[in-house]
Unconditional design. Structure first.
Length: 350
């Protein structure tokens, strides 16, 4: 008596509301449970016709492997953890990142689990939890620091991970980043080409890695194209939007306001525009703006803005591919990528 005969003798397939199992697929296909299991694992000794029949029935039933069982058998969770700050949700950052990751995971055994946290709190807490509970096979993190303790800990534990952003700590690890240095440099070039010489930069917080890259590009641009900086003081792209609006209004009312502004984020740019207009100034006349955006929307409301598109969805895809490859043992130096600025076709031309 094989393992399927006993199931058939019960005369039942799937009770209403019950979760489909390997036994259910075996009953529906007339195959043994062992055969079904091996077919779903793409075993080489199972015929292609059988595999296709098993997969079709599994898909129709909505079958998903039991994670607890998989973990007991293999020691793996088949989970990739995405650790993101809840403050990154502005303008769909989180959803676009998840879309990109999911596009890659759809063809694998892995599932995505989002682990949100507040960036003002200890960023090590969610990372330690995932490591200590072994609740994922790999991890993706963002908001990297030049000397990032999360990277150091995961490297020490030999845990597969990829970072959205680079570090500068002598550890070779998988990452995907946007070339903020090139963006800031090209932004200065565009503003100077438009006749602007007094340029302000709304940068990210100084502790983050991409602040350094942005500043390097900005300062190179100022030197190369003969422009001067108008300081934005301590205000950063992560200030509350109401504070950004007020600060920009005061700056534009000052004795020596900027005639060009570079913004590192699309949501911040909306607040800056509101500040410019509340000061009685006109965008595209008194001041020009260059802004980075993760979704093409700024030119819908202000066609005169020079915009660069940063695809967070692309970042998600690259990070997912990197962390899966790292799980499979690919060397970290082969899993590093940087995307270049793409100027929006709707933005003003030089």
């Amino acid at each position: 008596m094989d393992d399927n005969h006993q199931l058939k003798s019960s005369g039942k397939a799937l009770e209403p509301g019950a979760r489909p199992t390997l036994k259910t697929i075996a009953f529906m296909t007339g195959l043994g449970i062992t055969t079904v299991s091996r077919a779903l694992k793409d075993a080489p000794d199972i015929g292609m016709e059988t595999k296709e029949r098993v997969r079709l029935v599994a898909a129709q039933l909505g079958y998903q492997p039991n994670r607890a069982g998989v973990r007991l058998r293999t020691g793996k969770t088949n989970v990739i953890a995405l650790v993101l700050s809840i403050d990154e949700e502005l303008m769909g950052f989180t959803s676009q990142m998840m879309f990109g990751i999911s596009e890659v995971l759809a063809g694998t055994q892995y599932h995505l689990v989002l682990t949100p946290h507040v960036h003002q709190k200890d960023p090590m807490v969610p990372v330690r939890y995932i490591l200590d509970t072994a609740s994922a096979d790999g991890m993706i993190i963002s908001r990297t620091l030049p000397d990032d303790p999360r990277v150091a800990l995961m490297t020490e534990r030999n845990f597969p991970f990829a970072t959205h952003g680079r570090t500068d700590m002598g550890i070779c690890h998988p990452f995907h980043d946007f070339d903020n240095e090139a963006y800031a440099y090209e932004a200065v070039k565009r503003l100077v080409a438009s006749g602007r010489r007094r340029i302000a930069l709304l940068a990210p917080p100084a502790k983050l890695s991409y602040y350094i890259h942005t500043r390097i590009g900005f300062e190179r641009g100022l030197a190369a194209f003969g422009a001067t900086e108008v300081s934005m003081g301590r205000i950063t792209s992560e200030a509350p939007l109401s504070d950004l609006r007020s600060y920009c209004a005061d700056l534009m009312r000052s004795a020596d306001p900027p005639d060009g502004i570079i913004s590192i984020s699309g949501s911040s740019s909306i607040a800056l525009i509101a500040g410019i207009e509340s000061a009685g100034k006109r965008l595209g006349h008194d001041v020009d703006m260059v802004s980075k955006q993760s979704a093409e929307f700024l030119n819908w409301i202000r066609p005169e803005i020079h915009t660069v598109n940063e695809s967070v969805r692309l970042a998600g895809r690259e990070l997912a591919k990197a962390v899966i490859a790292r799980i499979d043992g690919v060397a970290p130096e082969l899993l590093q990528s940087i995307s270049s600025p793409v100027w929006s076709s709707m933005a003003p031309r030089d």
